[in-house]
Design a protein around this ligand. Structure first.
Ligand code: OSB
Ligand code: MG
Length: 392
């Protein structure tokens, strides 16, 4: 038996990173309070270790700054100019060392940092011929899945999708809301699905404390949580709202680091955390937030960013840690894409469970490199800066 810290010891030295941008059409447009997405521009990293090992990672930033301030273009710049140069050619004994190196004197750009940091975890898993989930300390081989349903033009359309999702086996139904499309939408879903289904709502920061009495009407529907109703960087107002509501508040956008998670716990800004590794700068920070929350008795779950199957591999591995006690936004490939970038594609069984590939090393899925090449619209190779030896 190796201890978890032994398990993460896997020396890495990355001598090349190829960045590619691909376009991937969503099977159905996805509307959140701050915007509509019908296709994804996705930045992918292919990371090459000096030993010849290789893997892929994904940057979750969207095309527009509608979720956080980052975009695919800011992330591309940050990776190329400031972040990859710190990683390339440098020896790391463990992927746990990478986050601190990326944090040093570069503020923000968490999704850019995370793409690199997660790639280092993926590469370490390949180097050790270990499943990523095992390397991270995962304890389960199946994880429960919820669905996130975008805002629909009519409650009846939302109800149809919610009913189909329950029939497909999903363990949690998340409904996107915004002012004008909230209480009546949630009511319609609760009435249609009955009292036994776990339902929640996600506002993506669409409200302010002026809406406090309006939001409190949601208490009537016994939601398992209300996700990020207020400002995208707020903790104090969420604490005020949580005191007024019985529904547990879950924070997503506001939790951008381990410190912010600790502040949320101290301020009682909510009772549940949605962990997205892209938002917090990678898997090490995700694991620490998981541990901090577990010590505080606070459940966490793994969110999603409409990732391709590459990003999903990292999320599924993370979600196998023990305090991910609520279903994650880990829908199968076919919900998003006509054809995903990995095989096998991610699937869900009729009990709403996704299998963690605990018997396959690395990401646990094969990356369809021909498809990526065919979809690529931009490509850049990054290498260590040439060491200039001064003439003496
Ligand atoms: O807030 O969790 C969110 C999608 C885009 C932007 C923000 C969010 C979401 C989702 C979908 O809820 C999660 C997924 O299925 O990948
Ligand atoms: Mg959210």
């Amino acid at each position: 038996m190796t201890s978890p810290s032994d398990n993460t010891r896997a020396a890495l030295q990355i001598d090349r990173i190829t960045m590619r941008e691909i376009r991937l059409e969503l099977r159905e447009p996805f509307r959140i309070s701050s915007g509509l997405m019908s296709a994804r521009r996705i930045a992918l990293l292919e990371l090459f270790d000096a030993s010849g090992a290789r893997t892929w990672s994904e940057c979750v930033a969207f095309q527009l700054p509608i979720y956080s301030s980052e975009t695919i273009d800011t992330a591309w710049l940050a990776i190329r100019e400031w972040l990859a140069p710190r990683i390339l050619g440098r020896r790391f004994e463990s992927p746990e060392e990478v986050h601190a190196v990326l944090e040093e004197s570069v503020r923000g750009h968490n999704m850019a940092k995370a793409a690199l940091e997660m790639g280092c975890w993926g590469l370490a898993a390949v180097l050790r011929a270990t499943p990523l989930a095992t390397l991270l300390g995962g304890t389960r081989d199946r994880v429960p899945t919820g669905i996130s349903l975008g805002i629909q033009p009519e409650p009846v359309l939302l109800v149809q999708r919610a009913q189909a999702a329950v029939a497909a086996g999903y363990r949690k139904i998340k409904v996107k809301i915004q002012p004008g499309q909230d209480v009546e939408y949630v009511r319609a879903v609760r009435v249609a699905l009955g009292d036994t289904v776990d339902i929640m709502a996600d506002a993506n920061s669409a409200y302010t404390l002026r809406d406090i009495e309006h939001l409190a009407q949601l208490d009537e529907f016994d939601l398992i949580m209300l996700e990020q109703p207020l400002g995208d960087d707020d903790l104090v107002r969420h604490a005020t709202l949580q005191r007024r509501m019985t529904t547990p508040i879950c924070l997503d956008e506001s939790i951008t680091s381990v410190d912010r998670a600790e502040d949320m716990i101290a301020l009682r800004s909510g009772r549940i955390i949605n962990i997205k590794p892209g938002r917090v700068g990678g898997l090490s920070a995700s694991k620490t937030i998981h541990d901090v929350a577990a010590r505080a008795g606070m459940p966490v779950w793994c969110g999603g960013m409409l990732e391709s199957g590459i990003g999903r591999a990292y999320n599924v591995a993370l979600a196998s840690l023990p305090n991910f006690s609520l279903p994650g936004d880990l829908s199968p490939s076919a919900r998003y894409w006509a054809r995903d970038l990995v095989s096998p594609e991610w699937t869900m069984d009729l009990d709403g469970m996704v299998r963690v590939p605990v018997n396959r090393p690395g990401l646990g899925v094969a990356v369809d490199e021909d498809l990526i090449e065919a979809l690529a619209v931009r490509r850049e190779d990054l290498r260590p800066a040439r060491v200039v030896v001064a003439a003496s």
